[in-house]
Ligand binder design. Structure first.
Ligand code: CMC
Length: 392
């Protein structure tokens, strides 16, 4: 009968100490290991950022090369894993396939799964970083009915993913540098975001000593929800549903109506009560990509820009500090790059894998960490005697 603090949604509970990511939601600041996200997005590639998240410091040139080579050298999947894909329906959502296939990695890579051993933890972290993009791309290829494309180690992380998504055995994928840079930015901006739902899930699952592949699979499951990583896909679905600029008013009205469960997808954030700094960067990237592809006149993008404008001026959104979030823009960028809606959350997952494993490693290396065990305020019946079946 202890007295517990009631905090649904963990609005005021800090569940851990962490040195990884700092967010100031009021000011709209985001730092990884102390470095502002704007500087990282401008000057680093995703491998350097992943190294930073995992190790706490930016790598020098030798460390960058070693780390990049290690990751590139682990991108292939055990050949038996292709059979796991083939067990799914062809029309399965890529996130459903990812939850399953990433979870199944522990059935293949159990030679280094002693989580008390720092070397084992590092090997598993590298394997996850290297293999999750291959799994994501293959879940798309499986959908399409195209052959799985093997990773190409001479390409960088972003280009390699695009190659596995878009190349076929008959046609090479030639990366467009503007699009590859935009994709790298998406990865950097989504790499970590402190104790959000999926990261907290990874920590909670990991707190029991579960293996890292199981933890990341659980993180992917949590990320899938439309209030979290599913928002980028939900944003595009919403834009398609709105269909035309003339119907924006109707949807804004629904978003404000408290008797209607509809929300404007890609708007609002639990922590940011100011413009999300990632959204600012992604907004610029969005315009760079649209310029590169000459897509500014595409009706869907016009619709998105009009929606952004109306929502930023509308009293309801302004007073609640509901700004477009990073996923509003990343969805638009990915669509312009030819990535289908169904892959948006999978791409978020491959970026966030860097943060998840950094957070998991931080927790496991803290000798004082405890199994996560929230309490509850019990509101159900107190003791009562059961009534036999014939008298119920
Ligand atoms: N459209 C309309 N109204 C909204 C929206 C929205 N997108 N978001 C919040 N509100 C209203 C909400 O109805 C409430 O109004 P009132 O005070 O009158 O009752 C007020 O704003 C505060 O909302 P809340 O539900 O208390 O805020 P929260 O911190 O619990 O939710 C959120 C944050 C992100 C889940 C929510 O804003 C939302 O559902 N947004 C749409 C989904 C989305 O874009 N999610 C991606 C988040 S960023 C990526 C990530 O980190 O995963």
């Amino acid at each position: 009968h202890g007295v517990f603090t009631y905090d649904p949604g963990f609005l005021s509970t800090a569940a851990c100490n962490s040195n990884i990511t700092f967010i100031d939601g009021e000011e709209g600041l985001l730092y990884y290991r102390g470095y502002p996200i704007e500087q990282l997005a401008e000057h680093c590639n995703f491998m350097e950022v992943s190294y930073l998240l995992l190790h706490g410091e930016l790598p020098n040139a030798t460390q960058t090369k070693e780390f990049t080579d290690t990751i590139s050298g682990s991108t292939m999947l055990h050949d038996q894993l292709s059979n796991i894909f083939r067990g799914f329906r062809r029309d399965a959502h890529p996130m459903a396939v990812m939850v399953g296939v990433v979870g199944s990695l522990s059935a293949f890579y159990f030679d280094a799964m002693d989580i008390r051993d720092a070397k084992h933890r590092e090997i598993s972290a590298h394997r996850l970083l290297a293999k999750v993009p291959t799994i994501a791309a293959w879940s798309y290829k499986y959908n399409l009915g195209q052959p799985f494309m093997y990773p190409q180690n001479h390409l960088n992380y972003a280009e390699n993913f695009m190659h596995m998504m878009f190349a076929t055995p008959c046609e090479t994928y030639v990366p467009n540098p503007v699009l590859a840079k935009a994709f790298e930015r998406i990865l950097i901006l989504h790499a970590d975001h402190e104790q959000n739902a999926s990261t907290s899930t990874v920590r909670l699952v990991g707190s029991s000593g579960a293996n890292p592949f199981a933890c990341i699979s659980a993180g992917i499951a949590s990320l899938w929800g439309p209030a979290h990583g599913g928002a980028n896909e939900a944003t595009l679905k919403m834009l398609e549903e709105i269909g035309d600029v003339s119907r924006i008013g109707e949807f804004i009205k629904r978003a404000k109506d408290k008797t209607d469960t509809f929300r404007l997808m890609g708007f609002g954030h639990r922590v940011y009560r100011n413009m999300d700094p990632r959204a600012k960067i992604m907004r610029t990237t969005c315009h760079e990509v649209l310029d590169e592809l000459g897509l500014h006149d595409d009706p869907m993008f016009k619709l998105a820009m009009e929606l952004e404008k109306i929502a930023l001026e509308d009293e309801y959104f302004v007073s609640r500090k509901l700004y477009p979030n990073v996923d509003f823009y990343s969805g638009i960028v990915m669509r312009a790059m030819g990535i289908p809606n169904s892959m948006f959350t999978a791409i978020f997952a491959l970026a966030r894998t860097a943060g998840w494993i950094a957070q998991w490693s931080e927790m496991i290396s803290d000798e004082e960490h405890k199994i996560g065990r929230p309490r509850q305020l019990y509101k159900g019946n107190l003791r009562r005697d059961l009534v036999p079946m014939d008298r119920r």
